[in-house]
Design a protein around this ligand. Structure first.
Ligand code: IPD
Ligand code: CA
Ligand code: CA
Length: 266
């Protein structure tokens, strides 16, 4: 489908309208172990977005982190993380985002990532460029030795952490530094905006990256899987991203040495 300005603005308005929920009080509970949290704000934002996005595009399916169901999505569907960076959110860290992607025929065609604390809204539609608060953004031109790498150590499956640590141990002396922001969507958008250059995460779900994938591609970056398989929306993937093909290939080669095959079934 064609992403018109009017359509983009209505989705952006829906996303921004959820800020008040994030700024309100909330309670926290554990979803699956001490590191995997959910708050009443996560479920409230998801439910509001489900309603508003359903009004904007009634024919679209809905895949949201807090009730993931991939069985009846159809050929066009939303992929929503109501709060990416829930651990930051629960701790008052002010580094979290709402992430809304639109997928058509298995391809991400539109994405919005909104950080309500910094009032930064990243947005991209396939073929139309990537924007931060209405200004065009582009990945940086830094080479590998000057690059900042974003990564995480498999927070929800800590058995895989040593694989990530050994990959980072080889990458670290080869690049400038690394960061772990606690929100994959914001890390990927930071890469799109030229604030960082490399990203890898061993086990990440579609709601974490679907919106940001369009933003990275439209900003001139490269995003993909470790095995060259397509970015699927029905399972976690080992995700890599970089500010261009050359850095992507170098990153992938190094990560592959330490994680030659996925330690989980996709
Ligand atoms: C998490 C964050 C984190 C990443 C995890 C994600 P959540 O999302 O994006 O940075 O390392 O893999 O699950 O649980 O805060 O929505
Ligand atoms: Ca997430
Ligand atoms: Ca989340």
């Amino acid at each position: 489908m064609e992403i018109t300005r009017e359509f983009a603005e209505s989705v952006i308005a829906a996303v921004k309208s959820c800020k008040s929920i994030m700024m309100d009080s909330f309670t926290v509970s554990e979803k699956d172990g001490a590191s995997n949290l959910v708050t009443t704000a996560d479920t409230a934002v998801q439910s509001r977005l489900r309603t508003l996005l359903g009004e904007i595009l009634p024919q679209a399916g809905f895949l949201g982190e807090e009730s993931p169901d991939v069985t009846a999505l159809g050929n066009i569907y939303w992929v929503v993380d109501p709060i990416d960076g829930t651990s930051n959110f629960a701790r008052g860290m002010q580094l979290s985002a709402i992430s809304v992607g639109l997928v058509e025929d298995e391809e991400e065609i539109f994405g919005v990532v909104y950080n309500p604390y910094a009032e930064e809204l990243f947005c991209a539609a396939k073929g139309q460029g990537a924007y931060l608060n209405g200004e065009r953004i582009h990945v940086s031109e830094r080479d590998f030795s000057h690059s900042l790498i974003f990564t995480a150590f498999s927070l929800y499956q800590k058995a895989y952490a040593p694989l990530c640590e050994s990959a980072l141990a080889e990458l670290y002396p080869e690049c400038d530094d690394f960061r772990r922001l606690g929100s994959a969507a914001l890390e990927l958008c930071a890469l799109a905006a030229g604030r960082g250059e490399l990203y890898f995460e061993i086990r990440i779900f579609p709601w974490d990256w679907a919106a940001a994938a369009v933003i990275i591609r439209e900003a001139g970056g490269t995003i993909g899987t470790i095995d060259g398989e397509r970015l699927r929306h029905d399972a976690p993937v080992l995700l890599l991203a970089a500010n261009g093909d050359e850095n992507f290939r170098t990153l992938k080669r190094t990560v592959q040495k330490h994680i030659p095959k996925l330690p989980y079934r996709a």
